[in-house]
Write a protein of this length. Sequence first.
Length: 277
Amino acid sequence: CAKERGRNDMAYYEEGLAVAMRQRTSLEADLRHALERDEFEVFYQPRVCVHTRRVVGAEALLRWRSPERGLVMPDDFIPVCESSGLIMPIGLRVFEQVARQQAEWAARGLDLQISVNLSPRQFSHPGLLDGIRAALRVAAGRPARLEIEITESMLLARDERPREVLDAFEAMGMSIALDDFGTGYSNLAALQRYPIHTVKIDKTFIQGLDTDRPLADMIVSMCRLMRLTVVAEGVETCDQLDWIAGRAIDQYQGFLCARALPAAAFEARFIDEPLAA
Ligand code: C2E
Ligand code: MG
Ligand code: MG
Ligand code: MG
């Protein structure tokens, strides 16, 4: 009868919820161990100059090398790091690892600007700036060769906090990029109001239907007027690269050149031969 079915549905629902909660709790516990056991590894995806086709930088993209789960991608663990607060200590390790790697590569003649992603919880954390300063001190990092990647939603706070944080990054010598541009509020005024140096056009525009492209064209023109560096994300095909090369786009990232690679694989490919394609 219906009543019984309702009870059964409820039982299923509660069981499903309990399973999801157990999984989340065990993932969180595993992430804590992973931090203690140093299982987080930064991969690097080349940023290529559209005109010279040389590798001019890299984006730091985090991976979790778990002995039990294998190589885990950020979309599968960053959300739990965010909700648990673990993103703070993990994120600072990223800065430390990147600064060390950058110094090592610079000493061998590969001077790259490296960009590091911040998530909302990191961006609004009161200890962020001190944490980053400390991490860079430990690793003798060079802020002038670092770029911070934020997303538009982080600029929507009504208080002065986003400005204070961005001003502080700029004062340290870092540059600031708006990531996934075009997918959010695309508040062009924000580009003027905040110290932003780079705009990364989201891959949906690059890969998207031609109907998206007039909008992408408009964004590129605006960025050019504001003297921003424009980066195209998610370039996978030669056709997409041709389209980009015909526009005022400075750099691109994408599988066409390379996926994010472990540091050793990155340098094997790009230290001696920085030409991308
Ligand atoms: P994102 O910052 O927008 O990074 C770009 C994502 O697009 C990366 O996914 C990259 O591997 C992928 N990608 C690059 N080229 C192509 C392409 O040609 N085609 C396609 N389909 N994808 C491409 P990934 O590494 O899985 O990272 C996902 C997201 O996780 C990042 O998006 C970023 O928001 C976040 N993330 C990664 N590392 C960190 C980190 O250290 N800290 C924080 N807070 N977030 C991170
Ligand atoms: Mg990014
Ligand atoms: Mg992006
Ligand atoms: Mg993103």
